[in-house]
Design a protein around this ligand. Sequence first.
Ligand SMILES: [Zn+2]
Length: 210
Amino acid sequence: MSRHSWGYAEHNGPVHWNELFPIADGDQQSPIEIKTKEVKYDSSLQPLCIKYDASSAKIISNSGHSFNVDFDDMEDKSVLHGGPLTGRYRLRQFHLHWGSADDHGSEHVVDGVRYAAELHIVHWNSDKYPSFVEAAHEPDGLAVLGVFLQIGEFNPQLEKIIDLLDSIKEKLATFRTLLCTEEGEAATFLLSNHRPPQPLKGRQVRASFY
Ligand SMILES: [Zn+2]
């Protein structure tokens, strides 16, 4: 199947995903709109624990849907545990979702608020499964950490990160110039790559804080 069988353009965007992938109409689809008044405090949720080893970053690539930064996941160098998770989840890759302008772009929405971008840090259950590919098919196989990004003033506390990313604003402008077409096709820019919120279908959103 072509890597461009799904995408974010009019002919292959989120409303068409169910034609090729019936699971896109499933009961546990992401993203969602989080309504903070309906979130339930759960005292059993542990803090999330992150241990990342920057030296395990391998390559950056254009997936046609985003850029991906892939990590060496042959062993537990960079791991996530705690929160609602049982066992350790190993870092595999991160990617970003953005919009055609800075006033939207995040996938999840909080009380109607959309952020400029959303970072997705993807991990797989290395305690239970032998590889990312095998874990990806299992209900407890993947854990994705989402981080909202918004455009802000220069912040000296964030200098280290800003040194790496220039500014998020410039970077978002750069991301929109990524091509989402294959060789031989007319060039199309990846202006936007976020899916709109999906129905909750009875799910309860839990929080570890009030
Ligand atoms: Zn994502």
